[in-house]
Design a protein around this ligand. Structure first.
Ligand SMILES: Cc1nc2ccc(C(=O)N[C@]34C[C@H]5C[C@H](C[C@H](C5)C3)C4)cc2n2c(-c3ccccc3Cl)nnc12
Ligand SMILES: [Mg+2]
Ligand SMILES: [Zn+2]
Length: 343
């Protein structure tokens, strides 16, 4: 498949995204999950090309093809935390960089923009469909490796990304100067660690301050911005249409409930959110979107008020929240209580 992909992109055949994929590919309404899996490696390469990364960082096309296929292969196939999710997250970062001109406008350095896109592609590598808490409770190998530092899964995702870059013929950063190279690895690690939602809650007060008075010269602001951006990308499924969002919620709870079943079998009492007998999904989704998702897109819209895309994303999240609130009301009035709710 490397040969096939290389031939495609080798002789400058990298197509324009909207022509090859879908007119909505470059818009915030576009649903990257609609791209067939077999087309996603080429779509990744077109995004690298479209963002000017291939030229700016002298990335060899064959190396890029190998890297992309290795990353896709590095994902397992749990219901939600698979390659399709990584591709969707990376696509949203592509939209942000392209439409907000994050590098050109000085919100991010060139290096940070490339770091964000590559970190999104790699941010859930080798995910097993279980949470950090599960790693610790089940005393997994990954917990034995990383639990002392916290963010167990995220540290594993970083290790997997580094392993791919260290694989012969897959290091897309091979032509970077020394200081750029070490900077990019540091940024990618920082960004992937920021996808742990408990980290997001810790920095939330600082994000609020950063958004109020962003200082393009302050590296700390750049770091906080990269954390906010990657969290918005990780949650970007919630900025699409209701049908797409509902399908995603089904995948997430399929993964959560499998973990809950596993925990029960292991004699561990699962979190309500993971227990198919106790979870009332509409309520959980109202809480998550109201408490976590919408505040992220409010911050993003505040930071980029002139961008249609961020306003659209905030509006979409607001609509999704309304849907879940209606869903919850109907369910509660119809059934009085919520036992045995299924989507
Ligand atoms: C739709 C939707 N619902 C979601 C409901 C709940 C949670 C969730 O991790 N909750 C918490 C709740 C407390 C405090 C922290 C740590 C743990 C304890 C677990 C977070 C995530 C959800 N999520 C994600 C998502 C984003 C980043 C990583 C993993 C995932 Cl799954 N992406 N989409 C969704
Ligand atoms: Mg993750
Ligand atoms: Zn993710």
């Amino acid at each position: 498949e490397v040969h096939q992909l290389v031939t495609l992109i080798g002789n400058d055949l990298v197509p324009k995204p909207h022509e090859r994929f879908h007119p909505s590919f470059e818009t915030f309404r576009g649903v990257p999950r609609g791209i067939p899996d077999r087309d996603t490696p080429l779509a990744v390469v077109t995004m690298f090309e479209d963002l000017g990364f291939i030229h700016r960082w002298r990335i060899s096309r064959t190396t890029l093809a190998r890297f992309t296929l290795m990353v896709r292969k590095g994902y397992r196939d749990p219901p939600y935390h698979n390659w399709t999710h990584a591709f969707a997250v990376a696509h949203y970062s592509y939209l942000l960089i392209k439409n907000l001109h994050l590098d050109r406008e000085g919100y991010l350095t060139d290096n940070e923009a490339l770091s964000l896109f590559v970190a999104c592609l790699c941010h859930d590598l080798d995910h097993r469909g279980t949470t950090n808490t599960f790693q610790v409770n089940s005393k997994s190998i990954l917990a034995s490796l990383y639990s002392s530092e916290g963010s167990v899964m995220e540290r594993h995702h970083i290790a997997q990304a580094m392993a791919i870059l260290n694989t012969e013929g897959c290091n897309i950063f091979e032509n970077l100067e020394c200081h750029e190279y070490s900077k990019i690895l540091e940024n990618i690690g920082h960004i992937i660690l920021a996808t742990d939602l408990s980290h997001h809650f810790k920095i939330l007060p600082s994000l609020g301050r950063m958004v109020k008075s962003f200082n393009k010269k302050d590296p700390a602001h750049h770091s906080l911005l990269m954390c906010l951006l990657v969290t918005s990308c990780d949650l970007s499924d919630q900025t699409k249409d209701w049908r797409a969002t509902k399908q995603v919620a089904e995948l997430i709870y399929k993964e959560f409930f499998s973990q809950g079943d596993l925990e029960k079998a292991m004699g561990i009492n699962p979190d309500k959110m993971m227990d198919r007998e106790k979870a009332f999904i509409p309520e959980l989704q109202v809480q998550f979107i109201e408490g976590v998702v919408r505040p992220v897109f409010v911050l993003l819209a505040e930071l980029f008020p002139g961008s249609e895309g961020t306003q659209q994303s905030l509006q979409a999240v607001t609509d999704i929240l309304l849907f879940w609130q209606k869903f919850r009301e109907i369910y509660l009035t119809k059934y009085g209580t919520h036992h045995g709710c299924s989507l």
